[in-house]
Design a protein around this ligand. Structure first.
Ligand code: 5AD
Ligand code: SF4
Length: 477
């Protein structure tokens, strides 16, 4: 068969793609958009590599052993590819995401079994990359596609419209990249400089999502509150303005945003938390450390005090705000005293939820070459102490919900029949038991024939008990 015919065959046939996603919510969103882009070449998503013609590993580089994990996953896929080839069939293995961006050349060198390597800013070029791979394969050449440039064009102008989002809660990327250069972080290198999407493009995507049944949107950005997109009247819109604009979309009931930087918590953003019902009372505001000395070496551009003053102003605007944060223990040079400052800050804030990590030196970042790297066992001890405190706070916060009524967005079936799982305004998982409360007649009165009809809807729920990671409630019908 000549190469043109082979290409036509590949292009015409329905093929299957399996995407494995690591890391943050932006990667989840990106994976959906990759699936959308591949639809243009007749790919449909499947949920296991065994039946796929293309496997994409959408990788994360933020913490330890990222590249090693990718190489061992590739090792497993190599066996699948070999057995396929014995049967006369092919399998493309692709590595995408931040590890691809940071270590593309190394992946090509160390793992020639990988056919395609491409970074986060190139996903709109996926259909062309597939053509390129098909062309190489048809000619009997080794398939090798490497795209790790930061293209001049904006990928969002070229990606097909968001089609792969499922369920009542969706992600929407509004800003990407970061100019802050915290000394421990790879994001400015893997995701590039800060770029905001124009308001009109975001509104169009949000309206489309809402028309498809979405009622909660989480706006995504590595530095989301630094958003400064072109508005419909030609001026620059802040995140506060964007949220105001989104709140005018009928049918959109809830808006959240992640992840924010303390320096960019502007007065107008704090104020809209007190003004707009669509904005959920939840804020993820990483602080990383409570020690000013460490914060300075981290190049965080804020102090413990300025962070606490943001929290105070936020609580004035929205007293019931649930706070979440990110912490790093064992940053180079962190003493017991510095760590105690972190513990004191946590006590002063009272978090509803949080993420905490041991510092991991990321190649190419300034902190990775600092002297005074902290011993592993010290990091382990500090992390355990911090997590014990954070877990205590989370449990205490969850307990305050017991006896309250709150609106829960029903997102998925529970593990047992008669149960749905949703999210509270404060981002807690809530297990709602319909069967146990004999509410069948009430269901009927509400025009619902089965509890599963409540899926995708906002429902009043009375919280009856709390665990460390979730709440239990009964529907108020
Ligand atoms: N080591 C440990 N944690 C890190 N994070 C980012 N870079 C590192 C690193 N080198 C954490 C930060 C950030 C979160 C997304 O990941 O807390 O806010
Ligand atoms: Fe990384 Fe966040 Fe710092 Fe940007 S602000 S460099 S994404 S930790």
């Amino acid at each position: 068969m000549n190469s043109d015919m082979q290409m036509k065959n590949d292009a015409g046939r329905q093929r299957k793609v399996f995407i494995k996603t690591y890391g943050c919510q932006m990667n989840v969103y990106d994976s959906q958009r990759m699936a959308d882009a591949l639809g243009e070449r007749n790919f449909v998503p499947v949920d296991s590599p065994e039946s796929a013609d293309l496997v994409i590993l959408n990788t994360c580089h933020i913490r330890e052993k990222a590249a090693e994990k990718v190489f061992s996953e590739v090792g497993r896929l190599r066996k699948l590819k070999n057995s396929r080839e014995k049967d006369g069939q092919g399998l493309y293995i692709a590595v995408a995401g931040c590890v691809a961006q940071a270590e593309g050349a190394e992946i090509v060198r160390r793992a020639p079994v990988v056919d395609m390597v491409f970074g986060p800013q190139t996903y709109h070029r996926l259909p062309d990359m597939i053509d390129q791979a098909d062309g190489q394969r048809a000619k009997g050449q080794m398939v090798q596609v490497l795209e790790t440039d930061f293209p001049a064009e904006d990928k969002f102008d070229y990606l097909p419209r968001n089609r792969s989002s499922k369920g009542p809660a969706a992600f929407l990327t509004v800003q990407e990249g970061c100019d802050k250069f915290c000394t421990f972080c790879v994001v400015p290198y893997t995701r590039g400089a800060e770029v905001s999407r124009p308001v009109a493009a975001i509104i169009e995507e949000a309206e489309r999502l809402v028309a498809g049944g979405v009622c909660e949107i989480t706006l995504l950005g590595q530095n989301v509150n630094a958003y400064h997109g072109l508005s419909e009247n030609g001026e620059t819109a802040s995140l506060a303005k964007l949220v105001q604009r989104l709140s005018m979309i009928g049918g959109l009931k809830r808006v959240r945003y992640v992840t924010s930087h303390p320096r960019d918590m502007s007065d107008d953003l704090i104020a809209v938390h007190g003004e707009l019902d669509v904005l959920m009372p939840y804020l993820h505001l990483p602080v990383q450390s409570g020690s000013d000395r460490i914060l300075q070496v981290m190049n965080r551009q804020h102090t413990a005090e300025t962070y606490l003053s943001v929290i105070e102003r936020m609580r004035q605007a929205r007293p019931d705000i649930a706070l979440s944060g990110d912490f790093i223990v064992g940053f180079p040079g962190e003493t017991d005293e510095d760590f105690e400052d972190t513990m004191s800050l946590v006590r002063a804030v009272g978090y509803a939820q949080a993420y905490s990590f041991k510092y991991s030196p990321r190649p190419g970042t300034p902190a990775s070459v600092l002297k005074d790297q902290v011993d592993e066992d010290v990091k382990t001890k500090r992390l355990a102490a911090l997590q014990a405190l954070l877990n205590e706070q989370q449990m205490a916060f969850n307990r305050t919900s017991v006896g309250k009524r709150m609106q829960v967005l029903m997102e998925r079936p529970g593990r047992v029949s008669g149960q749905l799982v949703g999210r509270s305004p404060y981002n807690q998982a809530v297990h709602v038991d319909f069967a146990a409360h004999d509410s069948a007649e009430k269901l009927d009165e509400n025009g619902a024939h089965s509890y599963s009809d409540y899926m995708g809807r906002l429902l009043d729920v009375e919280i009856i008990s709390a665990g460390p990671n979730s709440l239990q409630g009964r529907p108020v019908l």
